[in-house]
Write a protein that binds this ligand. Sequence first.
Ligand SMILES: NC(=O)C1=CN([C@@H]2O[C@H](COP(=O)(O)OP(=O)(O)OC[C@H]3O[C@@H](n4cnc5c(N)ncnc54)[C@H](OP(=O)(O)O)[C@@H]3O)[C@@H](O)[C@H]2O)[C@@H](O)CC1
Ligand SMILES: Nc1ncnc2c1ncn2[C@@H]1O[C@H](COP(=O)(O)OP(=O)(O)O)[C@@H](O)[C@H]1O
Ligand SMILES: [K+]
Length: 518
Amino acid sequence: MLEAFSGSDVRAAEAPLIDAGQGDALMQKAAHGLFGVVLGLLREAGRGTYGATAVVLAGGGNNGADALYAGERLLRRGVGATAILLSDRVHTASLAAFTRAGGASVRLDDGVDPAALATHASSADILLDGILGTGATGGLRGGARAFVEAFNDVAGPRATRSTIVVACDLPSGIGVDTGLVDGPVLAADATVTFGAAKPGLLLGNGAVATGELNVVDIGLDFAVFTPAARRLLDADVAALLRLPTPLDHKYSRGVLGVAAGSARYPGAAALAVGAALATGIGMVRYLGPDAVASLIHQRNPEAVASSGSVAEARSQAWVVGPGAVDDDDQRRRAVDAMTSGLPVVVDAGALAGIPERVGPQVILTPHAGELRQVLAERGVDAERSDIEAEPAHFALRAAEITGATVLLKGFTTVVAAPSGILIAQTDATPWLSSAGSGDTLSGIIGALAASVAGDDHAASRLGLAEEDLWAAVAAAGALIHGRAGQRAARRGPIVVSDLRADIGAVIAELLEERRLAM
Ligand SMILES: NC(=O)C1=CN([C@@H]2O[C@H](COP(=O)(O)OP(=O)(O)OC[C@H]3O[C@@H](n4cnc5c(N)ncnc54)[C@H](OP(=O)(O)O)[C@@H]3O)[C@@H](O)[C@H]2O)[C@@H](O)CC1
Ligand SMILES: Nc1ncnc2c1ncn2[C@@H]1O[C@H](COP(=O)(O)OP(=O)(O)O)[C@@H](O)[C@H]1O
Ligand SMILES: [K+]
């Protein structure tokens, strides 16, 4: 599990080492880690160090010093590096070391055109962003802001620009603890963060600006601190997957009940059932209109269908709501499932009927528009854009008010548990933003919930409290869904109903990694 600690906790973890006179050693470790990642990126781009060019952006704090020391190392390896100083008081010793190694520098002050410096920066192979680190407050200001705006103008969007931007500790322009981007941001191709990840690297637009995340160990001890956000890694998801044993039968492997679909939206139920079955669950029981059951049976004859009640259809977990609108039977089933005490994934149509207070085993899976509605019904007014800007804040708020686990969908999926823990996944591809994609996600999460429902050790295998298991299950579903999307996108644009083969393949890969790690 990747754990992220707030800027103030990182400072507190550094404090004893700095008091012991090791501040400079920490900085050298950070710079060395950054340098190593840059070498790797140059190699990946098919470049050596000789003849390659780098530009170091240095702000007024220690973040600039890390970048300048990394620049010094690059210079000594034959990289042509120059520095752009974006503050009047750049760290003296690191600038001197950079200069001694042969690096020229230019200061952005009155009379210097940011666009000219941006053009210079955008012609380099590597741009090291040492403008702002954990000392950042608010959106970019002053010369730093002018430079980043000019650079983004000149270099164009990340996907098409030629310079590789490497953020030192965090991309300048993101909120360290929130990921909030308020104004321009220097989006990175890779971020090298020191000591531990910061929450802003995992959340919201900050996660988008982070690119590939590398954590460099500089010897800080976080044992007494609580992570402010987490990200599941492959090994965590693999640890949740349940392998069938010779003693298993279809019921012991977990049965998922699905009360989804309606005369108006039959397809959503077929997608949720298909995705659940693709995870390798023991059985899916479908409850809903006969016409929807027939559609499901065209692709999944193994689904067991009826028009009965939740109490009659014995299951270990439920999915309710996808495609279920204007259908009183489905509405009743959704409420029965949510009050049954069993884990239940609540999506789309069922989000409008959540009882006032539920437990963390109830997993809500809204997109920002649906979360806006859930909050509005409980007296919290927020615009959809507010929720998109600060997804973690609003997901936590909804979890606190309802008592449910809340998974907020988007490029970055944020999961908030009522206990206050946050898990954020960035495994998806924008190709997944298509109709029916969320129905698939609920099927995957529901199947995982059914298969871990009887596993008393699942939470502790991940180092989590029992009550937070459902947040991990939801996040694991998001990882599998996102990864399946990435796999499918290699073939071309995604057709959601074709994702099921990729879901199975992703699970096979995760299980294989687990086998190799044992
Ligand atoms: N401590 C350690 O031992 C280690 C720390 N390490 C490194 O130190 C970094 C933290 O360094 P830091 O505390 O110096 O803060 P940092 O982010 O570089 O700069 C803050 C300066 O920026 C300015 N500023 C602030 N907000 C702004 C804005 N929105 N827009 C524009 N300017 C803004 C503000 O100036 P002001 O505006 O207040 O005059 C302030 O002076 C950390 O991320 C890591 O890289 C590693 O080496 C490992 C060891
Ligand atoms: N920009 C994006 N990049 C990656 N994934 C996205 C993006 N936007 C949405 N998604 C994912 O696509 C799915 C959309 O779900 P949802 O909005 O409920 O669609 P539907 O109800 O049509 O199935 C979610 O899993 C969400 O995380
Ligand atoms: K930075």
